[in-house]
Design a protein around this ligand. Structure first.
Ligand code: PMP
Length: 292
């Protein structure tokens, strides 16, 4: 069994020592930011992109972050201590311990921690056969409420949507924004294919500016696949030729049905092309050969 590794405020700690105070505002109010980062072959994938997004989220919340090199060192040390070559990192900054009021001004200093572990979001058979999705009644707040680009510790909308999916016997939920347009999955961005073209909602419709989403768009440019960001309604998804979810944890997951409507193909040819290209870029960037 591969044990999780914990790094807290400057050093590796045992599971028993991996604790933060009960009055940390990260716990009391979800006041903090985080990243989920995969590593393959002991190398973090797209670390610079994740740290940049973390820094932007922290700036938006006026949360002081350690310098980039300190964050990189924490990641490197945690991966080095992990027994497996591949895994998942959770990098979290909380507002820190404070008094029982919202005001972050009363918090002492932010807490930084990293957890390395294995992650399996869906079974291998589901990954192959494709997921069943429902549209959740819980909405994703748009930028006028809480900018979805802030990757904060507050995930309650997404958790409520996940609960809806589980109760409906589905694998995953789609969240719409307040205008009824498709935003994203609970922890993944969404793409559909129609007539040979991929479409994904713009982040202004309530999607996280996903790093995997960005890579998919980049790969499409390289592969000559037409891909656009445009608003989607449930109708667009229900009648798509293909649909897939993407994210760091999820990687690329084909979708089989949405609200009981079967997709045209699952996994469809464009999904397969993008998935292969995604695997190839991971290999290219995380094999030791590319270090030379
Ligand atoms: N949307 C949400 C709400 C997420 O939590 C995630 C996972 N970080 C994603 C999309 C996918 O983003 P990324 O590709 O950067 O992991």
């Amino acid at each position: 069994m591969i044990e999780p590794i914990y790094w807290l405020n400057g050093r590796l700690v045992s599971a028993a020592e991996a604790v933060i105070p009960l009055n940390d505002h990260g716990l009391l109010y979800g006041d903090g930011v985080f990243e989920g980062i995969r590593f393959y072959n002991r190398r973090p994938f797209r670390l610079a992109d994740h740290l940049e997004r973390l820094e932007l989220s922290a700036r938006a919340l006026m949360l002081a972050l350690p310098h980039r090199t300190a964050l990189e060192a924490a990641v490197t040390e945690t991966i080095a201590a992990f027994a497996g070559a591949d895994g998942y990192l959770r990098l979290v900054i909380t507002r820190g311990a404070g008094s029982l009021g919202l005001d972050p001004g009363h918090c002492e200093r932010p807490s930084l921690f990293v957890i390395a572990d294995k992650v399996t979001l869906v079974s291998e058979s589901r990954r192959r056969s494709g997921l069943d999705l429902i549209t959740a009644s819980t909405r994703r707040p748009g930028p006028t409420v809480l900018d979805p680009r802030i990757k904060s510790l507050n995930y309650l909308n997404n958790i409520l949507a996940k609960l809806e999916a589980r109760r409906a016997g589905a694998d995953e939920a789609l969240l719409l924004n307040e205008r009824g347009q498709v935003a994203e999955g609970t922890a993944e961005n969404l793409f559909i294919a129609r007539r040979g073209r991929l479409c994904t909602p713009p982040v202004s419709d309530g999607a996280l500016d996903g790093i995997t989403r960005g890579i998919v768009l980049e790969l499409c440019r390289q592969e000559g696949i037409e891909a656009v960001e445009r608003s989607l309604t449930p109708y667009d998804v229900h009648t798509a030729d293909e649909c897939f979810l993407c994210g760091t944890g999820a990687e690329l997951l084909p979708v089989r049905t949405v609200d009981g409507r079967p997709m045209g193909h699952c996994p469809g040819p464009l999904t397969e092309r993008v998935r292969r290209a995604y695997q190839a870029i991971i290999e290219l960037e995380t094999t030791t050969r590319s270090e030379q």
